[in-house]
Structures are given as C-alpha cells and as structure tokens.
Design a protein around this ligand. Structure first.
Ligand code: NDP
Length: 453
C-alpha cells in the first residue's frame, strides 16, 4: 500500500471503527484514485476524497412492531444519505439480520460511484434494517414495513431520496412501504422504485440487475471476440439478481449450472433451462423455500451444504467459463478466486455488491481474466430505477422493449467508459480502476462546481 493510501486509511479507520466492510470499500477506491489526485491537484486542494468518504447525513431509528402472537419486537432502521452532488439520493433498502451501519455505509459509498457511471442524475444512498423477513408471515412483514416507513417517510421524497429494494426487499416489501408512505403524506409520487406495474412500476425493473450483469459480461467477452454461446455460468444466490442473470444467460445461449442460498448450493450439469428456472422463481418468490428443494424435483442435480466457517466455498470450484456472483458481500475469498481460475473461469461479472474480498480481486487482476466489479457490472438495477423515476415524472410507461434497449445501451456505455478510463490512466483491462475513476470524476466535478457544502 502506498504511504498516502496508508495515511488516509488510518484516519478513516480511526474515525469509523468496527466498520470493516466500509474500510474495504473505501480502500479499493482510494487505491484506484491515487493517479487521479496526482494529475489533478484541484481535487486534493478541495479535499475531495475526505468529503466523499463522509456521508452527507446518517439517519438511525427505532422500528417497533407486533408479531403474530401479539409480542412487541424491536429492530433498528437506518438510511445513509451519502452524496447528492449529481441528483437525489438513490439506493436500495436491505432487510437482513447482518445489517449494521458499516454495511450500509459500504453499500452507500459504492452506490455514489455506481450511480454516477449510469450517466443518469442520481446521487447515492442506502438503508435498511436488521429485520429478518425469513420465516415471517406476510402480516408480520407488513407490520414491520409500516413501522419502518412511519419514520423513514419524513426523510425521503421523489426529489430528495428515492429508496429501492436490495437483499430481503422485493415487490412485497416495496408495496407495503409505498402504501404507508402514501397514507402518511397523502402523496402518490415516485418515492420508491421497484413498484408494482399497475401502480407506477417500470417494466424490466425486476430483471434489470441480473440482465445488466450479463450484458456487462457479454461486453467483456466481446473484447476477446467471444460470446455466451455454449458457456457454463456459475451463479451464486437464488434471489432477484441470480434468477434474472440466469434468464439472460439462457437467452444468450449460455448454460447456468448452479444456484445457491445461505444454506448450500445446487449443481445441475444438464443446465438450468426455462422450465427449471421457473421452478426456482416459484420456489423462492412464492413458496419462499430453500434451494435444496431443487434436487427433489430434479434428481439429476446435486445439492451440497456450505459451511460458512470453512476456508473456501466448493461452489466456486464448479467448472465454468463465466461466474456471476449474485448473493452477498465477500462470498468469494482468495481460495475461491484461485479455484475459479484453476477450473477454467475467465470472466467474472459481479451481480452482488463487493462479493469478492480484496485478495480475491488481486487473483483476478493478476490472472488477467475479465473481471467486472459490482459497481459497474450490477449498475443495471439502479439504472432502470432511474428510468422508473423518469417515467413517474412524465406520468407515462415505456414498453418492455424500450426499457430493455435503454438498459442494454447503458450497460454498453458503462463498459466502454470503464474500459477507456482504465486505459487512459495506464491500467488497460483493469475495470476496477476504470469504474472507480470514471465514477469519481463526474461526482467530484459536480462538487467542485457547487462549492464547499
Ligand atoms: P435477494 O434477497 O433477492 O436474494 C439474495 C440471495 O443471496 C438469496 O439467495 C440469499 O439466500 C443469498 N444470500 C443473502 N445473504 C447471504 C449470505 N450472508 N450468505 C449466503 N447467501 C446469502 O437479494 P438480491 O438478489 O436483490 O441481491 C443480491 C445481491 O445483489 C446483493 O449483494 C445486493 O446488494 C446486490 N444488488 C441487488 C440489486 C437489486 O436490484 N436487487 C441491485 C444491485 C446489487 P438466503 O435466502 O438463504 O438468504
């Protein structure tokens, strides 16, 4: 680590103790940005990095609710409004027991750069709660969502802060929160994205993150004259991002062969086809079951439990040319990255946020494989959220084909922007540097224009 990065990180760690995911996200960005700060003393003078690591505002609140037995439960809610230099705060809400301030800050920080890359006018934010929707009834989820929004509503708005979904927050949760927002404010406005189609949602929003990650992978493959045709795709997760990544891989002639959840993973060497994928969608989105049920229905496939304490996850040793990590942060460690490369993977496009640990990322960069970091590769979700905001403002709805075409164009542009920027700063092929630098420049220039605020 250079001494400038080291000194900067020491301050960040001292000021934000215990927030290890946040430190990890900041360190990666700061390392990429050193050549930019050398070339542009105006950013150093304006203390641009110091300002960008500090959120504009952090809101933390109590979320009391009643379970089906009438007992009172208490969770913690939060929203980090990170940066509004180029537009209203925009970023998802995560409901998962692991949620803490460090995780929401890492996600919010990354969101600033990601949203900038989309070319749409969106600042960055993120929020969530340590509430666990798993095993809760619809009534309990509604009770929680209503209580969560009873505080959040005063901080958000269509021109100020527009949350969306993330882990544990899908169409059901967005619906309950939108209903409560409308009741409290008497405003029917585009305050959340990922809404239902008949009350302001956009076609292709559910598909957008997964489709986008595959479009990004396709662009990377094209730089080597290749396509998805006939390639095996190793996919983690089985939620929103994983499902639609698999759908797009299938449409492009590839073969998804794995899915996972926090208990284990399935391998289907015959390939997950359309019929099997709709089984997974029903299993996960309607029955809210576990991925292991896949092998009861399709006995040719194999299920293996994962041990979170083990030094590697055998999912990442499954042979395949393309990997689409689509579950959660730090799910690929250095051993997993080595196993992927060893077993023939040469294209990784991150549907999840920060799914690879820093030493895992180094394995990918040193092996010179095609590696698309989450910030760039999964920006399709927020991009279509931005398109949902546009449609809400204009009070119109675009067709499926129109939105998909815009999404595809945005992903092609993001890829090109990252590729060119990496080259311009002397690290061709390094999409990490490309994404961090290109995302930074737009936000930093807007902050310079807007003065010391
Ligand atoms: P979902 O809640 O729909 O699905 C999450 C999936 O990941 C589930 O299969 C879940 O398994 C698994 N998972 C979650 N936490 C863990 C864990 N700690 N260990 C192992 N598996 C885990 O979420 P999404 O698909 O929306 O999000 C997945 C990733 O994509 C996240 O990193 C998110 O931040 C990122 N992302 C999502 C976007 C979106 O539009 N939804 C946009 C951009 C990024 P289980 O059911 O067992 O918990």
């Amino acid at each position: 680590m250079s001494s400038a990065v080291d000194a900067f990180m020491q301050e960040v760690i001292a000021k934000n103790p215990e927030q290890k995911e946040f430190h990890q996200a900041v360190q990666e960005v700061v390392e990429s940005l050193m050549p930019v700060l050398e070339r542009h003393p105006e950013y150093r003078k304006a203390k641009m990095l110091e300002r960008m690591v500090e959120p504009e505002r952090v809101i933390m609140f109590r979320v009391p609710w009643r379970d089906d037995q009438g007992n009172i439960q208490v969770n913690r809610g939060m929203r980090v409004e990170y940066n509004s230099a180029i537009g209203p705060y925009k970023g998802g809400l995560r409901f998962h027991p692991s949620v803490n301030l460090g995780i929401i800050k890492f996600l919010g920080f990354e969101q600033v750069f990601k949203n900038s890359l989309t070319t749409l006018p969106m600042g960055g934010g993120k929020g969530g709660s340590d509430f666990d929707p798993k095993g809760k009834s619809d009534n309990e989820v509604m009770s929680f969502c209503q209580s969560f929004m009873s505080e959040l509503f005063r901080h958000i708005g269509q021109n100020c802060d527009v949350p969306a979904g993330d882990i544990g927050v899908g169409g059901r949760e967005i619906g309950f929160m939108f209903g409560q927002y409308k009741k409290l404010t008497r405003q029917f406005e585009g305050v959340l994205t990922g809404k239902g189609l008949n009350w302001g949602g956009s076609l292709i929003r559910p598909e957008a993150t997964g489709y986008g990650a595959v479009y990004f992978a396709e662009e990377m493959l094209k730089t080597r004259g290749e396509s998805f045709a006939g390639k095996r795709a190793i996919i983690s997760g089985s939620g929103n991002v994983a499902q639609f990544a698999a759908e797009k891989v299938l449409q492009l002639g590839g073969r998804p062969v794995t899915f996972s959840d926090s208990s284990g993973f399935i391998v289907d060497d015959d390939g997950v086809n359309e019929e099997k994928l709709s089984f997974v969608m029903n299993l996960k989105n309607v029955k809210r079951g576990r991925i292991k049920e896949y092998v009861t229905k399709y006995p040719n496939a194999k299920y293996q439990e994962t041990d979170p304490k083990a030094d590697h996850n055998p999912l990442w040793s499954v042979p395949g040319e393309v990997a689409l990590p689509s579950a959660t942060q730090n799910e690929i460690n250095v051993n997993d990255a080595n196993n992927l490369v060893k077993n023939g993977c040469y294209c990784v496009s991150e549907g999840a946020n920060m799914p690879t640990t820093p030493d895992g990322v180094n394995v990918f960069l040193e092996s010179k494989i095609l590696y698309g970091p989450g910030k760039a590769a999964n920006a399709g979700g927020v991009a279509v959220s931005g398109l949902e905001m546009s449609q809400n403002s204009m009070r119109i709805g675009w067709t499926r084909e129109e939105v998909d075409r815009k999404l595809h164009d945005i992903m092609i542009n993001i890829h090109e922007n990252c590729r060119k920027t990496a080259e311009e700063y002397g690290t061709p092929g390094n999409y990490v540097n490309g994404a961090n630098i290109a995302g930074f420049l737009k936000v930093a220039d807007a902050m310079l224009d807007q003065g010391c605020v």
